[in-house]
Design a protein around this ligand. Structure first.
Ligand code: SF4
Ligand code: SF4
Ligand code: FES
Length: 262
């Protein structure tokens, strides 16, 4: 059993587990902070820096990323102060500079009072990817396909498929595009076409590959990408509060009745 500790968040004493990520404590307490690279079901990555909070101990304090900060006994955390909002705005301004016309980033920035940026885009016309890594992490940690990764460093850093080819391991589940906070990852239609052209007439349904539907095959060879199984799991996922069926995999595997989807 992890040790219980006491911390203070926005002047309120709160119990937590020692070194628990702050974002989990905030979620329990109903306190929201802005996030872009965080997803509750994925390991924190701490790269977008829009979730900054201030942690103080006596006369000392520092700004940390709230999504991956492990809390310690006695931490005094400020999620709303003027200096916290100011530093978050700097992070948002940097993202807006990178993606000046990406609709989701423009909207996110506007919502936080950032209407323009002093930073210049690194790609002509701006980028649509903020390099948050959500697509890479969902494909690795949840789908298990490891079909996406990062390439290069500095201004050239980008998301890619291994060896710049469509990998055999991609099952066209679309989870990457579903978690992408921008319009950058929109490959499901294309990917499905590639899958259709790659194999024979009968190929495993992608929900089988995700572990939802043991023993089943896609009888339609992905000819319609909105097949009955897709539709069923999309509806079930939304009813259960998941943004994409891939996040239901554990539940479905546990409750599996051997492939009966009727
Ligand atoms: S479609 Fe699914 S398997 Fe393919 S890259 Fe995206 S998350 Fe990975
Ligand atoms: S493509 Fe989307 S999810 Fe992937 S790193 Fe870029 S912004 Fe994040
Ligand atoms: S949400 Fe914390 S760094 Fe991105």
């Amino acid at each position: 059993m992890p040790d219980r500790i006491e911390i203070t968040i926005d002047n309120k004493k709160v119990e937590a587990e020692d070194r628990e990520f702050l974002i989990n404590v905030l979620n329990r307490e109903g306190i929201t902070i802005p996030t872009l690279c965080h997803h509750d079901r994925l390991e924190p990555y701490g790269v977008c820096r829009v979730c900054m909070v201030k942690v103080s101990w006596g006369s000392k304090s520092k700004f940390v990323t709230g999504c991956n900060y492990p809390v310690e006994n006695g931490d005094v955390i400020d999620t709303k102060g003027r200096d916290v909002k100011k530093i978050r705005k700097m992070s948002i301004e940097a993202l807006l500079g990178r993606c000046p016309i990406e609709p989701a980033i423009v909207e996110f920035a506007g919502k936080h009072g950032v209407m323009s940026s002093r930073f210049q885009p690194q790609k002509p016309g701006g980028d649509d990817c903020i390099l948050c890594g959500l697509c890479v992490r969902v494909c690795d940690e949840v789908v298990g396909a490891r079909a996406l990764g990062f390439m290069s460093r500095g201004p050239e850093r980008d998301i890619c498929m291994p060896f710049m080819e469509n990998p055999e391991s991609c099952i066209g589940c679309g989870a990457c595009s579903s978690v992408c906070p921008t319009t950058a990852m929109k490959m499901e239609g294309l990917k499905t076409e590639i899958l259709k052209s790659r194999h024979g007439d009968i190929r495993p349904c992608r929900y089988t590959l995700m572990g939802f539907y043991p023993g089943g095959v896609c009888a339609n060879s992905y000819r319609c990408w909105r097949c009955d199984i897709d539709q069923k799991y999309t509806e079930l996922a939304s009813m259960a509060g998941f943004e994409h069926p891939v996040f239901m995999a554990e539940v479905c595997i546990d409750e599996s009745d051997g492939g009966d989807t009727s």
